[in-house]
Design a binder for this molecule. Structure first.
Ligand code: GTP
Ligand code: MG
Length: 335
């Protein structure tokens, strides 16, 4: 396993493009869903303003980063300037208000890692989670959205990878596998590494937007309209990229020594970050650096059992992309 295996991609790989693109298209949310989301957001905005006139609601996560499938839940952040607020109190108060406004299944989870209120809107059938002042998530959502604008192959690849992960049961952080956010970062890193590169490293360029959140300075080049066509020297289409993505995680990534880092557009060493051993619950068996919260390893949830599950799934996917006559079916087979 430690040997880097270089296999040549099958010569009929481009025949898989049509099937993969059809799957991608089928997962894109239709316009009317976006309209319903806006409708619900406007309702929530009115409710929130009654109690906190200066507060703002931000959509983050998959409904705002362009990597959301049809029928996703909405992740919302309630931003309140007042630094002295007690998050639990705000969430309990909010839950009360939502309940009196006839929203359904309202539940305040004040002890969760990210405390939230859950609700379901009976008008639109949409569920959402509201958290308080999780501004870093709003900023990393914009970073992902900006990357997606540069080259459509990112969105295509990430949809296929997320769909694969959900089908194969490896998108469950509570079971030690990876979040959707982690998979999208893996896709961005991968496209930054292609030669010629398909994506640039936005944090390595002149910062055109900067905010400081929780003492972390978040800056990067966000004039992405200037970068359209950045990857046009690379003509790879979706199928060879999917093949190479799984091949990279199955046979090429150096799990023992490397951290993937979208921030640097490269890998950094585990040693440099002191991520070589288990510290507390963080085992660092697969290392994915958060682009802004650089001490945060999105692979921290992976344990010695789930790392095997993950690597076997990467190998399975790589084998299917290499040898299966009908990979579009086999790849997404329920586990
Ligand atoms: P699906 O709901 O599976 O479609 O994907 P999603 O894009 O909503 O991803 P996910 O539920 O994994 O995360 C939602 C958002 O929370 C992400 O877009 C990030 O902004 C943020 N987020 C998730 N996990 C982390 C984390 O470990 N650290 C930080 N800083 N942000 C996170
Ligand atoms: Mg989500």
């Amino acid at each position: 396993r430690m040997l880097k295996r270089q296999i040549a991609c099958r010569n009929d790989i481009n025949r898989m493009n049509g099937g993969l693109l059809a799957i991608y298209e089928s997962l894109i949310p239709p316009e009317e869903e976006k309209t319903k989301q806006k409708q619900l957001l406007a309702l929530l905005d009115r409710i929130v303003r009654r109690e906190w006139p200066d507060a703002r609601l931000y959509v983050y996560g998959s409904c705002a980063n362009s990597f959301g499938f049809s029928k996703s839940d909405i992740d919302i952040c309630l931003a309140i300037e007042d630094a002295n607020i007690d998050k639990s109190e705000v969430l309990l108060k909010l839950a009360d208000m939502l309940q009196s406004d006839n929203l359904q299944n309202v539940q305040a989870l004040t002890r969760a890692r990210v405390p939230i209120v859950k609700l379901m809107d009976p008008e639109t059938g949409i569920s959402c989670d509201i958290c308080v002042n999780n501004v870093l998530a709003v900023v990393n959502t914009k970073l992902l959205l900006d990357y997606a604008q540069i080259d459509v192959r990112l969105r295509q690849l990430a949809f296929i990878v997320k769909h694969w992960a959900k089908s194969r049961g490896v998108n469950e952080t509570y079971q030690g596998t990876l979040s959707s956010y982690a998979y999208v970062l893996m896709c961005i890193h991968f496209l930054q590494q292609r030669r010629p590169a398909i994506l640039p490293c936005l944090q390595g360029m002149e910062a055109t937007c900067t905010v400081t959140v929780d003492n972390i300075k978040c800056g990067y080049f966000d004039k992405v309209e200037k970068l359209y066509g950045f990857g046009s020297h690379n003509g790879e289409s979706l199928a060879p990229l999917v093949w190479a993505f799984f091949n990279y995680w199955a046979y090429c990534h150096d799990y023992a020594n490397d951290v993937i880092s979208v921030r640097t557009g490269s890998t950094v060493s585990k040693r440099a970050k002191d991520w070589t051993r288990r510290i507390g619950n963080d085992r660092h068996l697969i290392c994915i650096e958060d682009p802004f919260e650089v001490s945060h390893d999105l692979g921290r949830v992976v344990d010695k059992f789930s790392i095997r599950v993950l690597r076997e799934e990467f190998e399975r996917a790589a084998e299917i992309m290499q040898y299966d006559p009908n990979p579009c079916v086999k790849l997404f087979e329920p586990y």
